[in-house]
Design a protein around this ligand. Structure first.
Ligand SMILES: *[C@@H]1O[C@H](CO)[C@@H](O)[C@H](O)[C@H]1NC(C)=O
Ligand SMILES: *[C@@H]1O[C@H](CO)[C@@H](O)[C@H](O)[C@H]1NC(C)=O
Length: 543
């Protein structure tokens, strides 16, 4: 269980539950539509977004190059989804609702079929952009707009939390305030951010009580330092514009800029905890193949920082349990990427451990620039690639070269970079970074699926499992478990193209609503200043 440092949320949740529960605050349909429209307009208008847009472009253009395109050189929906999902997972650790992992299913249900409107946000953005291209897929610029819009949407949500943080601390949103107040507001904001959907944005007493309680904890210092650093960075950036001899004052816009940095940087910041947990897990893996015997997994003593308490059923459902040998083992990379390590389930996303494997694949995409590649060239490239646990250069074993060759044979001569078989191969090349690609029911990989289910093991069962003796290690080279089922994640299936049309027709209705929303929706930003902190009637989160 992903615990301690930043998981102040656990204060109220019982141990072993998924931290970001889905209950609590919900958001009205019209608000989702309005937020989305708002976010998209802001991006298309280019409000202060050009720096971010350039940033996003630098991070995605090479992947875009490497993905298969349609006959007019654009990206089809599956490719778009892959690109956007992988960007958020590796840059922010954000698992965007509606862009959930596909579980290596050939027939992924369409995001458009999602039952909850906020899960449709990515699909809506995509469709709006598709409509501009007469449904012929997305160009690079469209994909960047889509990413920037989703980032914006998520940031706008943070903005609501910032307003609540001002109110809770009795700080005025008009004029300027001194630094101490900004620190108070930002720590409140971070607390609300971590509480995600469970947070209460109206009950000031409750908030103050909770804040008083968590600020007693040792790990509060880390949170405090995070916001202090952000304020320092902000001051530094503004230095040229302000008088160094005057104590700095902060407007609401200043706080809002700082919060934008906090929201964008949160995933990377919190990932240090994922790394510590990974180090702990790797200590339990004596032969370095990325798997831990269950006896050791459950056998951590209670005074260590991390104890792992997820049930066998959970591990099996998310594909982290390796049952191929005579003893069960837990796959480190599948476990780390699993939903029990995600936090702060907000309206549009959860924050999970950053995906190192997406980063590695990204490196390959950049070097290759095409959807398929010659196996021997690929082998040389991978032999030259390091990760947090693999040093270079290295000579991969002969059977790995043969596997790569057989993947190419199975796919007409080249290895598809975005297929299940290459993912499987990558797992064996980087067992601590790349999850084994089980074919799973996709929904088991999402935090919302587990929100109201029991994840943890009973204490007695845990001690029983902990006493499972690990087998004697033999030093012979091990056979790897290999499944030769290929699934091409970014290839459009025939069936899919008709369903794209169908869902676009369905969406037309929603889009009409969306367009109607323009005009009667003022941006949150512009509403704040004149309303003197009064909660705007238009924007209501039903409690
Ligand atoms: C927030 O607190 C108020 C006042 O205590 C309460 O009425 C409301 O139900 C709470 N909302 C949530 C989502 O818990
Ligand atoms: C491997 O890396 C070294 C050092 O970065 C570089 O000089 C060499 O060209 C690389 N080889 C391949 C095949 O990319």
């Amino acid at each position: 269980m992903f615990a301690v440092v930043v998981s102040l949320v656990l204060l109220s949740a019982e141990a072993g539950s998924i931290r970001g529960r889905e209950e609590g605050r919900t958001i009205a349909v019209k608000d989702v539509q309005a937020d989305l429209q708002d976010a998209m307009e802001a991006v298309l208008r280019g409000d202060s977004a050009s720096k971010r847009v350039a940033n996003i472009e630098a991070r995605v253009w090479q992947t875009f190059q490497a993905l298969p395109k349609n006959e007019v050189g654009r990206l089809a929906p599956r490719g778009v989804r892959y690109l956007v999902h992988s960007y958020f997972m590796k840059e922010h650790g954000w698992l965007i609702k509606g862009l959930d992992p596909h579980g290596n299913q050939d027939e992924v249900s369409d995001v458009q079929d999602a039952s909850i409107l906020q899960d449709k946000a990515p699909a809506l953005v995509e469709s709006l952009l598709e409509a501009r291209r007469s449904n012929h897929g997305l160009a690079l610029n469209d994909v960047i707009t889509m990413i920037a819009t989703l980032e914006r949407l998520i940031f706008d949500e943070s903005f609501t939390l910032l307003q609540a943080a001002y109110n809770f601390n009795g700080v005025s949103m008009d004029g300027s305030v001194e630094q101490k107040s900004v620190h108070d507001v930002l720590t409140s904001y971070l607390l609300l951010f971590q509480l995600g959907n469970k947070g209460n944005l109206t009950d000031a007493r409750l908030h103050r009580a909770l804040k008083a309680r968590v600020s007693q904890r040792d790990d509060w210092l880390v949170v405090d330092e995070f916001q202090r650093d952000a304020v320092l960075n902000h001051d530094f950036a503004k230095q040229s514009r302000s008088n160094p001899f005057v104590e700095p004052l902060y407007t609401f816009q200043d706080s809002s800029d700082i919060v934008e940095e906090l929201a964008h940087g949160y995933g990377k910041w919190q990932n240090t905890e994922c790394r510590q947990m990974k180090d702990d897990l790797m200590e339990l893996d004596s032969d370095g193949d990325g798997r831990i015997p269950i006896g050791k997994f459950y056998g951590r003593s209670d005074n260590t920082k991390y104890q792992f308490t997820e049930s066998l059923q959970y591990l099996q459902d998310i594909g982290a349990l390796d049952e191929s040998g005579s003893e069960k083992k837990v796959r480190i990379s599948n476990y780390l990427q699993g939903p029990s390590n995600c936090i702060a389930s907000s309206t549009y996303y959860s924050i999970c451990c950053l995906s190192e494997c997406d980063g590695l694949l990204n490196e390959l995409e950049a070097k290759i620039g095409a959807p398929t590649v010659d196996p021997m060239h690929l082998l040389r490239l991978v032999g030259n690639m390091s990760s947090s646990t693999v040093d270079t250069p290295r000579q991969l074993p002969v059977f790995m070269a043969q596997r790569l060759k057989s993947i190419a044979d199975q796919n007409g001569g080249g290895v598809p970079l975005h297929g299940r078989l290459f993912s499987e191969w990558l797992h064996y090349a980087f067992p601590n970074e790349c999850p084994y690609p089980h074919i799973l029911e996709a929904k088991t990989l999402t935090p919302s699926h587990w929100a109201n289910k029991k994840v943890s093991v009973e204490p007695e069962t845990r001690s029983e499992l902990a006493s499972t003796a690990a087998e004697e290690e033999d030093s012979l080279p091990k056979e790897i478990v290999w499944s030769s089922q290929e699934v091409l994640h970014v290839q459009e299936t025939k069936k899919r193209s008709t369903s794209v049309f169908r869902t676009i027709m369905q969406l037309a209705v929603l889009l009409a609503v969306l367009r109607a929303a323009i005009g009667n929706w003022a941006t949150l930003r512009s509403m704040v200043a004149p309303t003197k902190g009064k909660k705007c009637d238009d924007f209501q989160l039903p409690f």
